[in-house]
Ligand binder design. Structure first.
Ligand code: FAD
Length: 303
């Protein structure tokens, strides 16, 4: 069996694997796609000490660094079941069962897509999902935020300090965000909120030049010219495969303690799949390191 088996090979998983392997213990990583969401990122400017890098380049470095330590890397494999017996068992979709003293779940998350024409086409060309990552690219421009929940309104407040104007589009007749956030947004002069508005299309040529929406009360179609669209309709953790084996929040995020451990002894989690706030590369890496050290600590106390 492994000492530490990491499920997921994004920034959290790579960091956990490196921290574990550096303790000289048997470490494995199962990953559907090594690098995770980083593969889909164009420019990265907030990975501290690296002024600028690109997703595929960082993903390749993550893998190269992990390989330095003789970690057993199983790529192109999906975990489908976890079971805690004397050891923790991870069953893969190909039927194989891996056993380990400890497991670190780092299966990440994905942004929920709007699914309208133009969204996929203009991804990284004006369509964005992360204000902390891409906000500065829209300095002095007009942007839309789609979604009036807490993350949408937080994004709008954040972007209002950078962009020339921010228009929020919410499908429902009311915003779902906390009233303190709504009040803060309403106090900003360069923001507009459109409720009961259904986004129909993101338009553009080589990059985004506008958004078309339907005013649901009247059925009327309207168009706004702008340069960016931030989609903020939810981040979905890749945790369905766990069913009820570990405690998750209503949103499906895995609940962890300060050492990265779940409610199941010996099962840890890190990165975007957990309930910890702020989903970022540097934060995922930090929590991967925490979970690996937590797992090591657990092992030396339980052998
Ligand atoms: P992920 O990166 O999601 O990795 C999850 C891993 O688990 C992958 O290897 C995946 O294949 C694997 N996996 C999933 N399910 C299974 C399964 N059942 N079995 C086996 N393996 C599985 N953050 C920044 O800090 N700066 C940025 O500029 C930035 N830009 C971004 C741009 C875009 C377009 C996106 C989508 C995200 C961006 N982020 C950015 C966020 C950042 O990418 C994430 O916070 C980070 O990748 C999370 O790391 P993670 O390891 O927790 O999860």
């Amino acid at each position: 069996p492994y000492d530490v088996l990491v499920v997921g090979g994004g920034p959290a998983g790579a960091s956990a694997a490196i921290y574990a392997a550096r303790k000289g213990i048997r470490t494995g990583v199962v990953a559907e796609r090594f690098g995770g969401q980083v593969n889909d990122t164009l420019g990265i400017e907030n990975f501290i000490s690296v002024k600028y890098t690109e997703g595929p380049k960082l993903a390749a470095s993550l893998e190269e660094h992990t390989k330095e330590y003789g970690v057993d890397i199983m790529k192109g494999q999906r975990a489908k079941r976890l079971e805690k017996k004397e050891l923790v068992e991870i069953e893969l979709e190909n039927g194989a069962v891996l056993k380990s003293k400890t497991v670190i779940i780092s299966t990440g998350a994905r942004w929920r897509n709007l699914g309208v024409p133009g969204e996929a086409e203009f991804k990284n060309k004006g369509v964005a999902y992360c204000p902390h990552c891409d906000g500065p690219l829209f300095a002095g421009k007009h942007v839309a935020v789609v979604g009036g929940g807490n993350s949408g309104i937080e994004a709008a407040i954040d972007l209002a300090g950078i962009a020339e104007h921010v228009t929020v589009l919410e499908f429902m007749p009311e915003l779902k965000a906390d009233s303190v956030l709504q009040d803060r947004l309403n106090s900003l002069p360069n923001t507009t909120v459109l409720k009961n508005a259904q986004v129909k299309e993101i338009t553009g040529d080589t990059k985004v030049n506008g958004v078309t929406y339907i005013e649901r009360a009247t059925g009327e179609e309207k168009h706004i010219e702008l340069q960016g669209v931030f989609v903020q309709i939810g981040l979905v953790p890749n945790t369905d495969w766990l069913d009820d084996t570990v405690e998750r929040t209503r949103m499906g995020e895995i609940v962890v303690d300060s050492h990265g451990m779940t409610n199941v002894p010996g099962v840890f989690a890190a990165g975007d799949c957990t309930h910890t706030p702020y989903k970022q590369i540097i934060i995922s890496m930090g929590s991967g390191a925490t979970a690996a050290l937590g797992a090591f600590d657990y092992m030396i106390r339980n052998q």
